[in-house]
Design a protein around this ligand. Structure first.
Ligand SMILES: Cc1cc2nc3c(=O)[nH]c(=O)nc-3n(C[C@H](O)[C@H](O)[C@H](O)COP(=O)(O)O)c2cc1C
Length: 344
């Protein structure tokens, strides 16, 4: 048997497969089943920053909690730049009512008691407003680590690239004040200079970067002539973008890289590891094929490693990273010219 063990953010994992944050990592039954199928670690479904704001307001109204935001209400705690229409606010309010912080914290502690793989909590955030102390409660509930899913769509014409990007650093600096457990930052790819920003983010004290969050996709229903939601689940051909960036960034960052989006096969797992990923996250494949794929991927990875005489993950991790290339863009351009100029 090949040794699939690895270390991610300082945590020991029995293998590099991680169940990414999604609706399936929201219940103890599922968490147990994923662990029984052999997963290396589990990221629990995210709490939204907005939920934390709304509960903070509830605490203030009831005179509970130790928050120093006594003059604030949910209206001004929630960023009006982002939610300046009523429908959004009422949706978030109802969502928060049904998904309380206490419920989330007990999910973490229950998960810790139920399985012996690392449990990573997750917060989905868009601003730096007074929610970060909640990270400490996540730590106290027993989470092994925290993943911050920071997703700012740079669609506001009034905000510069620097203004948007600073929010990431402000959030990280604030969260760092509250926790000792390792944390990872999950990001999208809308940055003016992705390589430089990722490198800078990796130097903030974060122990992991998850590349990439898959954004909500917009589509258009041409019969209803209205906007609609695009595919919620990824497809197996969506991994190349992540593969490119893992390969460019591995060896150039000060933290672990976790590959996410479009991982639907053991081959893609191997590719991400060859490119330099420390771990690989999966979500859509579980919706499409169930948790059973974990055992299948592990068996096939083991077989592949044996065929190629690799005893451990570190024997091949990063073998095909672009770390040693001075200018990956130039290489890609030549490949592009070679490949596409021949097609008529
Ligand atoms: C139904 C669903 C719910 C999700 N919920 C979350 C979430 O709460 N927090 C988060 O960080 N990512 C969430 N994601 C994104 C996944 O973690 C992952 O980044 C994305 O789906 C790309 O990976 P995949 O191609 O393996 O699906 C969700 C994905 C799906 C399909």
């Amino acid at each position: 048997m090949a040794n699939l063990e690895t270390t991610y953010m300082g945590l020991k994992l029995r293998n590099p497969l991680i169940a990414g944050s999604c609706g399936l990592t929201d219940s103890i039954t599922n968490i147990k089943t994923i662990a029984d199928n052999g997963i290396g670690a589990i990221v629990i479904k995210s709490m939204f920053e907005e939920q934390i704001h709304i509960e903070t307001e509830k605490y203030i109204k009831n005179g509970q909690g130790n928050v120093n935001t006594s003059t604030k209400t949910a209206d001004n705690l929630i960023d009006k730049r982002i939610y300046d229409y009523d429908e959004a606010y009422s949706y978030i309010y109802d969502y928060a009512k049904n998904n309380t912080l206490e419920k989330y914290l007990s999910l973490i502690s229950e998960a810790k008691k139920s399985v012996d793989v690392p449990i990573i909590a997750s917060i989905n955030c868009v601003s730096n407003y007074d929610w970060q102390s909640f990270a400490k409660r996540i730590q106290d509930a027993g989470a092994d680590a925290l993943e911050l899913n920071i997703y700012i769509l740079p669609s506001d014409f009034r905000r510069s690239g620097d203004e948007n990007e600073n929010v990431y650093f402000e959030i990280i600096n604030e969260v760092k004040k509250f926790i000792k457990i390792p944390f990872a930052v999950k990001i999208g790819y809308y940055f003016s200079s992705l390589a430089q920003t990722v490198q800078k983010l990796s130097e903030t004290g974060t122990k992991g970067l998850v590349l990439f969050n898959r954004p909500y996709n917009t589509d258009i229903d041409i019969e209803k002539i209205s906007l609609s939601a695009g595919n919620i689940y990824s497809s197996d051909f969506e991994y190349n973008h992540t593969l490119r960036w893992i390969s460019i960034l591995s060896g150039k960052t000060s933290c672990d890289l976790s590959a996410s989006t479009g991982v639907h096969s053991y081959e893609t797992v191997i590719k991400m590891l060859l490119a330099g990923a420390t771990t690989v996250q999966m979500a859509s494949v579980f919706y499409k094929h169930g948790f059973i794929v974990v055992g299948d991927f592990l068996a096939r990875m083991n077989d592949w490693m044996n065929r190629h005489h690799f005893n451990s993950i570190s024997d091949f991790r990063g073998k095909l990273s672009k770390n040693n290339l001075e200018n990956p863009a130039a290489i890609e351009r030549v490949q592009f010219m070679k490949l596409y100029s021949g097609i008529e």
